[in-house]
Design a protein around this ligand. Structure first.
Ligand code: ATP
Length: 312
């Protein structure tokens, strides 16, 4: 996949002297869903704001579809849709008028059929003539997405799309984001919710204190980091691990009193694929090894994330 955004050596030090981004380089592939994860204050919004031309970088460069965000601002901005964190929309305008107006801001010719399509895809058609102020919070958020899509952007930024929305709207939004991706739009979202990244993203970037500490395919991340451990507390300690048990790559601890087995719990793995636990228990029984207790421990994405951020 060719890159749609190239970020090179990007840094931002605010007037306060605070360095919010430090030498960040990142390629976003056309057509992917990229999740940017990071704790509060990590620099996610700063990064997005620079790419969208709202904040000036201190050093480094960014191109969008090959155009420079500073010297070719109009070219880059018209290719980007931004759904901001805060709910801001014109209170007295109707949904249809607001979305049409957003399209006009980017110099696009009016296209009521396209605006209708966007509004329908966000299940807002029934509300097209309603004033924004009369809508629920969830509907207002849908309007923000419609506004961001009004000028047919190639790239859509969603800053904390799930903040303050209920489970149903979150699900709807996830569905919408996949549909947009299927229609060729590249999506970059920031989130605190690992579940969201896990559900939607093709790739994940972790940012902490202004530095990009990891960029990885989600599947690979889950595979390497989504591990489970089974600990078997033995009745009698073992001096060594018997040969029959070698294929399980066990570790022996607690003075020989505990055997630990690690296995992967990716989405595919948990759906019926044998983790080898049955085979392990059979092998233990065949070796005449008795145990008094079994327990499992899972490294949650939360743990993984916290340990990555701490390590950085
Ligand atoms: N205009 C500004 N002037 C000075 N400092 C700023 C400004 N905007 C952001 N910062 C600081 O830069 C750092 C990064 O902020 P940013 O909003 O990019 O983080 P974030 O990862 O988006 O956080 P959150 O998850 O809370 O939205 C923070 O310490 C913040 O206080």
């Amino acid at each position: 996949m060719p890159n749609v955004i190239t970020v090179s050596g990007l840094s931002k030090t605010y007037a306060t002297g605070h360095t919010a981004l430090n030498n960040v380089s990142l390629d976003i592939r056309r057509g992917e869903i990229f999740a940017l994860l990071g704790p509060n204050g990590a620099g996610k919004t700063t990064l997005i704001s620079i790419i969208c031309g709202l904040v000036k970088p201190t050093a480094g460069s960014v191109t969008v579809s090959g155009f420079d965000i500073v010297s070719q601002y109009r070219e880059t901005r018209s290719r980007i849709g931004l759904v901001p964190q805060e709910l801001t929309a014109e209170a007295f305008e109707s949904v249809f008028a607001t979305v049409s107006f957003s399209r006009g801001l980017f110099g696009k010719k009016p296209d009521p059929a396209y605006v209708e399509k966007v509004i329908r895809s966000l299940s807002l058609w029934e509300k097209r003539d309603s004033r924004i102020m009369t809508l629920s919070g969830g509907m207002k958020r849908r309007v923000l997405i419609a506004k961001a899509l009004a000028h047919e952007p190639e790239v859509l930024f969603l800053d904390e799309p799930s903040a303050g929305v209920d489970v149903e709207l979150r699900r709807d939004m996830w569905r919408l984001v996949s549909e947009l991706r299927d229609s060729g739009v590249t999506i970059i979202l920031t989130t605190h919710y690992l579940e969201e990244a896990e559900e939607m993203a093709d790739r994940v970037g972790v940012i902490s204190r202004g530095e990009l500490i990891l960029v990885e395919d989600k599947a690979a991340l889950m595979k390497t980091l989504g591990k489970k451990k089974l600990s078997v507390e033995l009745n009698a300690p073992l001096a060594t691990i018997p040969a029959r048990l070698t294929p399980f790559n066990l570790t022996l601890s607690d003075g020989g009193g505990c055997l630990t087995y690690s296995y992967v719990t990716t989405a595919e793995g948990s759906e019926g694929r044998d983790h080898g636990i049955t085979a392990l228990l059979e092998a233990l029984s065949a070796e005449g090894i008795a145990f008094r207790d079994l327990h499992t421990e899972q490294s949650s994405l939360e743990d993984i994330f916290v340990s990555l951020v701490r390590r950085s």
